[in-house]
Structure formats: structure tokens, C-alpha cells
Design a protein around this ligand. Structure first.
Ligand SMILES: Cc1cc2nc3c(=O)[nH]c(=O)nc-3n(C[C@H](O)[C@H](O)[C@H](O)COP(=O)(O)OP(=O)(O)OC[C@H]3O[C@@H](n4cnc5c(N)ncnc54)[C@H](O)[C@@H]3O)c2cc1C
Length: 371
């Protein structure tokens, strides 16, 4: 393998760039970058956690956490911990998490009630019916800075490897028989791709790019469905900011009611698969096309590691069946059971924007979940 072209500079594309160069230092690497404000990797902060109810997913998260703690990534993270709030009907998830922790030789999470919030935040307002857990090893990542750093590294890598960092999007992928032969960019430029391995890491846009190029999509359930989360920005005054400094994060793992207020800032999407595991696999009809997408709201933490799987696929090494084009088992970790692709998100977002400012316009059909 002499040449690789990566399309997309989100978590999957940038992690792939790092790992491909580590594995093949003499390769010519080119990257096609066209960030979007809707992309999940454009957020300002991300959580790194290990608590998953599926032992295999927990193992991957443990591997990622080790990297965040011990490599050059560590300067971007702050281990402030997280209070996780569970509703009664979600306690089965906590039990599964504790079972997975035991499988990995980790202690069970101690459960508490609202007094845990009192301890950390000095407020006793949390309803008593809630179960609270303090995950002291969860960290928050200064994500914008971390991603800017990764993009700079990728740009430099392209130059140093005699490749090119293109600042445009791919309009269509051109094919001939079983090969991708060229990439037509949105700015009209045509890139020769004959003899190169192409990594398509365009997140929730995977189906769109493949369809525009008349290329077969992954099977049902494996094509990442663009699914969105609404985001809110809260302006704190100095006193409020000081009272929250270095306090743990808080997540509420349950359904919520959304109120569209002035703090509504828009939405981010992610590509969600049926199993909530990404697809990192060679396209079965093309010898030089690898698809890597489907973060399913939980793969930012894998920035230091997930590119290793892309490199494995490129190098012909076996990878977990869960990442496959058509996995033999569809055993989902269902980490975000409420967050599945449904409806037309663009319409929901328009509705949300139209309702912005209305104090009591809750939308019950939307749900809130922990990332
Ligand atoms: C609101 C939110 C919060 C989250 N929080 C967490 C968290 O705390 N912890 C965690 O672990 N995970 C979290 N996630 C999940 C995580 O952010 C995603 O799984 C991950 O960012 C997915 O990365 P990606 O590379 O697949 O996708 P993307 O970020 O979408 O990257 C794909 C890139 O390709 C570009 N692109 C699209 N089309 C083209 C084209 N035609 N040509 C060229 N480029 C193109 C896009 O603009 C984008 O830049 C969160 C997700 C969301 C939405």
C-alpha cells in the first residue's frame, strides 16, 4: 500500500490518519476536509467514560481511557468525575454496567441518592426517587482544542508524506469496475484515486455520499442513520461560574422534556447504526474503499484508538465482527436506546427553532440521554 486518501476529518478520519502513519510511515497520505457545524466532532467538550453495559464496549472504552491518561492526548482532558442520575426504570442498565465492571475486575459503582448532589453541589433539590452514582474517573475533554490540534497534525502529515490536504468536500466518488478511480470535489477539482486506498469517514453523511455516487449502501441496520441531539448554551455569571468550577459533570440517563428557550443553539448529528457499533469495513464491491462511520453518539472517546481498527482493515488484519459490513450477530450494546434514527430531523430542528423563546412548549417526543 503506497497511497491512502481519507475523506472526512472527524473522529474517525483523524484517528485513522494518526494510526495509518504510525503503521506505514512511508505512505503518501492525502486528506479531504470539509468540516460542518452539524458534525458531532465539532462540539466544544466531550466526556470520556468507561461505564458501558456491554463488556466488549467497556473493554474498548478502557483501552481509550488508558490512552487519554498516558499519551499526548492527556493534556486535553480533566478528570473531574461525573454524577450519573438514573431513573427507576433504568436501574437494570446500572446493574449491567456493574456486571461488566466486575467482569473487568473493577469495583461496582456505589449507588447513592439525592444527597450525592447535595455533597457535590450543595443543593438538596434532586428528587429522592432518583439513584445517583459518582463516576470519579470520568473526564471532560477540551474538545475544540483537541480537534484543532489533531487537524493541524493531519495537515502536517499530508505535507510531510508528499500528499495533499484538500479543503473541500467530495461531491461524488468515481468508480470503474471493482475500483474507485477518482474523487470529484465540490470545488470542481478531480483527484486521481487509482492505486490509492480510499477511507470514507464522513460520519452521518455516509449514506448521502454513497448514494450520490451510485454506490451500494451497507445492509439495513448497518447504514448509519443521521440522528440529532439538540444543544443548549448556558451563559453563567461570574458567581455561578465560580460555584461550578472543577465540580463534576452531571448526566441524567432518562427521558426528559425539552423546552426551547433562547439558549437553544442548534443541533449536532451522529450516524447511528442498529447495534450502535460503527461500521469499519471494506466495501464488498470495491477493492480500494473502506467505510468508517457510525459513531452512534459514543465514539469521541475513541479518538486515540479507533483509527487502529481502520488500519487493521487496510492491512488485512482481522477485526471484531461487530464492526463488520454484515456482522454475524447483531448483539447491540444499546447504550442509547432512546436515540435511534426516526423521523426527519431537519423538520424537527425547524420546529424547534420556530418555538425558540416559548417557555412552555415542551416536545414530549424527544428524549434526553447520556453520552
Ligand atoms: C451532541 C453530541 C455529543 C456527544 N458527546 C460525546 C461524548 O461526550 N463522548 C463520546 O465518546 N462521544 C460523544 N458523541 C459521539 C461522537 O461525537 C461521535 O461518535 C463522533 O464524533 C463521530 O465522528 P465521525 O468522524 O464519525 O463523524 P463526523 O464528526 O461527522 O466527521 C465526519 C466529517 O466528514 C465531513 N464530511 C461530510 N461529508 C463530506 C464530504 N462529502 N466530503 C468531505 N467531508 C465530508 C463532515 O463535515 C465531518 O467533518 C457525541 C455526539 C453528539 C452529537
Amino acid at each position: 500500500m503506497d497511497r491512502v486518501i481519507i475523506i472526512g476529518t472527524g473522529v474517525f478520519g483523524l484517528s485513522a490518519a494518526d494510526h495509518i502513519l504510525q503503521r506505514w510511515p512511508n505512505i503518501e497520505l492525502s486528506i479531504i476536509s470539509r468540516p460542518s457545524p452539524l458534525a458531532p466532532s465539532e462540539d466544544i467538550s466531550k466526556i470520556v467514560r468507561i461505564d458501558y453495559n456491554n463488556p466488549k464496549r467497556m473493554e474498548e472504552a478502557l483501552g481509550a481511557q488508558r490512552e487519554w491518561n498516558s499519551t499526548s492526548f492527556s493534556k486535553f482532558q480533566n478528570e473531574i468525575g461525573r454524577v450519573v442520575i438514573y431513573e427507576d426504570d433504568d436501574l437494570a442498565t446500572l446493574e449491567k454496567i456493574n456486571n461488566a465492571r466486575e467482569e473487568h475486575g473493577l469495583p461496582r459503582r456505589q449507588t447513592g441518592d439525592g444527597t450525592l448532589m447535595q455533597k457535590h453541589f450543595g443543593t438538596g433539590m434532586a428528587p429522592e426517587s432518583l439513584t445517583c452514582v459518582f463516576a470519579s474517573d470520568d473526564s471532560i475533554v477540551d474538545w475544540e482544542t483537541c480537534m484543532a490540534d489533531a487537524r493541524e497534525r493531519a495537515k502536517k502529515a499530508c505535507t510531510e508524506s508528499s500528499g495533499t490536504f484538500y479543503e473541500s468536500g467530495v461531491a461524488t466518488i468515481v468508480k470503474d469496475g471493482a475500483h474507485i478511480t477518482a474523487l470529484q470535489l465540490e470545488n470542481g477539482e478531480m483527484i486521481e484515486a487509482r492505486g490509492a486506498q480510499v477511507v470514507l469517514a464522513v460520519g452521518p453523511w455516509l449514506a448521502q455520499v454513497l448514494a450520490a455516487s451510485d454506490i451500494t449502501l451497507p445492509p439495513n441496520g448497518r447504514t448509519p442513520v443521521a440522528t440529532g441531539l439538540f444543544s443548549y448554551a448556558v451563559q453563567l455569571d461570574d458567581e455561578q461560574a465560580e460555584s461550578l468550577r472543577n465540580k463534576p459533570m452531571v448526566s441524567h440517563n432518562g427521558k426528559g422534556r425539552f423546552f426551547f428557550t433562547d439558549s437553544f443553539t442548534g443541533s449536532f448529528r451522529d450516524g447511528v447504526t442498529e447495534t450502535q457499533d460503527p461500521i469499519i469495513a471494506r466495501h464488498p464491491e470495491f477493492q480500494n474503499l473502506v467505510c468508517a462511520a457510525g459513531g452512534s453518539f459514543n465514539r469521541a472517546k475513541d479518538l486515540p484508538t479507533i483509527g487502529g481498527v481502520v488500519a487493521d482493515v487496510l492491512g488485512g488484519r482481522p477485526v471484531s465482527d461487530r464492526y463488520g459490513w454484515e456482522p454475524k450477530t447483531r448483539d447491540s450494546h444499546h447504550d442509547h436506546p432512546h436515540l435511534v434514527g426516526r423521523g426527519d430531523f431537519a423538520t424537527m430542528e425547524k420546529e424547534a427553532q420556530a418555538q425558540q423563546g416559548a417557555q412552555d412548549s415542551a416536545a414530549d417526543h424527544l428524549s434526553l440521554a447520556v453520552i
